[in-house]
Design a protein around this ligand. Sequence first.
Ligand SMILES: [Zn+2]
Length: 182
Amino acid sequence: MARGKQIVDVLATLAVAFGVALVLNWIILGFFGQKSADRAEHSLMGILLLLGYMAASADNRANIGQAVGIFFAALVPCYLGTVFPDLDIRLLGIGGHRNPLFHSSVSFFVLVLLVRRQARFLHILVAGYGVGLASHLWWDIIYYGDVRWLPGGTIDRLWLGVHGLLCLTTPSSCSLRGDGPE
Ligand SMILES: [Zn+2]
């Protein structure tokens, strides 16, 4: 009986989280005037990963008010992280799409270097960007996208997977837990 209740609680929490993500996605897409289905998908994945990442890395001592504040601070940079890789279409044309410099963790680490020794708030913004970027790279594995310059197939997927992981595992990423670098 207790077990059944636990499952219902978990499902209810997931349903609420998904609903919140859908509403936030709708607001953000409206704010940036975005209408494409592709953009909506990437953006929703970013919000879901941000929710999941923060839930998974939260500890019991975490202050809920602080966590909500960090989530909303990270939300727009997270969206921008989902947008950045596809800017290669605008800059290089569709023939240069999925350029490895754009479809990798490079832009994230440039930002990490720029905010080094800066206020914690900036680390939260960069960590949010990293989550959005990771979600984009991982979603591109599922909807398999060929990365330029690499041989294709498994190596492309590994490239996207590892770079996505790198975006979630630097000290800056810990600032989403409220205990990142000072
Ligand atoms: Zn992409």
